[in-house]
Design a binder for this molecule. Structure first.
Ligand code: BG6
Length: 511
């Protein structure tokens, strides 16, 4: 449920970012906040306090951010940035030490008074996952809120609230995710916990809800009577970049890093039933229901319906690139996968017998995130001579790049013969609305300030996502003979993935 100001307008607050000297703060969080401020969407009088271990003054922090905001903010303007930067502060603290929080509490109190933000505090946890628990416990111990357990709760009468945004990775297996949920739950009410997934902030992912539920023509065919299978793809051309150490850790690998977190969420939006309203609670309820009905391959199907691989050397844009095992921070004998694919099923009346194929990989042929809904063949073919050419219809939802929706169907080629060819009806989001989609983090930060949880994950969603993928991860771990196969950088991944599709008489959509 949205707990925003009754007028629906976001109120000013103090945003406290833990992990302020990290990558996310400079690449995404501060550039997004600056862009919101540029568009007058950030409530006036909102201030930012970065917290990190590194010793830095306010000015040094602002100087550290400047080149990155210049590079990553969409609409950089030096004067506007200088102005915005005066609202950014920095506080050095060891977040594992309870003592540090005494000073932090005083600093927060001072800034809250200076900006008139009252008890409206947005805490952003952008730190290594092992720091979540001490930070939450320390905040709770010092009652950096007014209302007992509801450290992160709200007080409608006084317009006060405290909210907690938690970054991924949210656990690395089902027990660790459940434990983290418990840690958060003993300090905050669920309605104050914002588990962020930046894929849910992407414009086309949100457009999926509009496409399905604001139109009458798609919903009647959105089921196993018409749909043959669904593909969800999120592939990247980059490798692990400078994150080799993290990626090769117990939280890393394509299955945990991408499929468990982002892709199953996208799949849930494709598969969920229409909610009774667009309120956050109603949407999240439908997502939980569909995720609870989602299952991965059974023990005897793992070999056939899961695939893993890691990239070998290759060439990207004419440049030679190293293999995964040669990347910095990666163990030379690592078993971590940079590519994962698997088949899922949703055991509901609507989706019985319709497989969902999910895949994600690094160093692939291109960067692409798309959902491809593949329809069945017509029940009877009237165009007998053309039969072999006829392709079933597809709805292709391009999440990125080239955001938009494409519908592929058959058309007659003009002429005296009955020649049939597939054609595409194209909705290009940028061209149609003449507007660039906002950065996902900007959308999500503003939603959290407004108190709208629609695009954030409920604790049960997270726990179901882990339940779905963990058997495949365990199977890989316990099957020493089935090490990740190598695929050349710049390709569409291991051949085993194509074989998995061919086994079902299907193939990946590789545009
Ligand atoms: C992150 C993953 O969540 O998403 C990264 O940890 C990945 O490994 C990134 O590169 C991809 O995000 P996007 O928005 O570029 O598709």
């Amino acid at each position: 449920m949205s707990d925003s100001d009754p007028a629906g307008e976001p109120a000013n607050c103090l945003i406290v970012i833990f992990g302020a000297s990290g990558d996310l703060t400079k690449r995404k969080l501060v550039p997004s906040l600056f862009s919101l401020a540029r568009k007058n969407q950030l409530p006036a009088g909102t201030a930012v306090l970065g917290v990190s271990r590194t010793d830095m003054s306010d000015d040094a922090f602002r100087a550290h951010l400047t080149p990155h905001v210049k590079q990553f903010a969409r609409d950089f303007d030096a004067a506007a940035w200088d102005d915005f930067a005066t609202r950014i502060y920095y506080h050095t603290a060891d977040t594992t030490s309870a003592e540090s929080f005494v000073g932090l509490k005083a600093r927060i109190g001072g800034l809250s008074g200076q900006y008139g933000t009252g008890q409206r505090l947005l805490f952003y946890l952008s730190v290594a996952p092992q720091l979540y628990e001490p930070i939450v416990d320390n905040l709770a111990a010092l009652q950096m809120i007014t209302e007992g357990k509801t450290m992160c709760s709200l007080n409608r009468t006084h317009g006060a609230w405290q909210r907690l945004i938690v970054e991924k990775p949210f656990g690395y297996d089902p027990p660790s995710a459940a434990h983290l949920n418990q840690v958060l739950g003993r300090a905050c009410e669920e309605h104050a916990i914002y588990r962020i997934d930046h894929y849910l902030g992407k414009e086309t992912v949100q457009n999926l809800l509009v496409f399905r539920f604001a139109n009458a023509i798609f919903e009647p065919i959105w089921n196993s009577n018409y749909i043959d299978h669904v593909q969800v793809t999120a592939v990247e051309s980059v490798g692990v970049q400078d994150r080799g150490g993290y990626y090769d850790s117990p939280s890393g690998g394509a299955m945990r890093d991408m499929i468990q977190s982002h892709l199953i969420q996208v799949m849930a939006l494709v598969a969920m039933e229409p909610p009774v309203s667009m309120r956050a609670d109603d949407i999240r309820l439908e997502k939980v229901k569909v995720l609870s009905a989602t299952r991965g391959p059974g023990a005897d199907e793992m070999a056939d319906f899961t695939v893993r691989g890691h990239y070998g050397r290759g060439s990207m844009d004419g440049q030679a690139v190293p293999a995964y095992l040669e990347e910095q921070g990666v163990a030379p004998d690592s078993g971590t996968e940079t590519y994962a694919a698997l088949q899922l099923h949703v055991d509901t009346w609507r989706w019985g017998g319709v497989p969902f194929y999910l895949r994600s990989g690094k160093r692939m042929a291109k960067k692409l995130t798309e959902i491809v809904v593949n329809f069945k063949h017509t029940p009877h073919c009237l165009f007998r001579e053309q039969t072999r050419k006829l392709k079933p219809n597809q709805i292709i939802i391009n999440v990125q790049p080239d955001e938009g929706i494409r519908i592929r169907f058959e058309g007659k080629v003009p002429g005296t013969k009955m020649d049939i060819k597939d054609v595409v009806m194209d909705f290009d989001l940028v061209e149609q609305f003449n507007a660039e989609p906002p950065e996902a983090y900007a959308t999500l930060l503003l939603d959290a300030i407004r108190g709208d949880q629609t695009l954030f994950k409920h604790r049960e969603e997270i726990e179901h996502c882990w339940r779905v993928v963990q058997p495949a991860i365990d199977y890989w771990k316990n099957t020493a003979t089935d090490a990740p196969s190598e695929y050349a950088s710049g390709t569409w991944g291991p051949s085993a993935s194509d074989i998995m599709m061919a086994r079902d008489d299907r193939n990946w959509h590789n545009p």
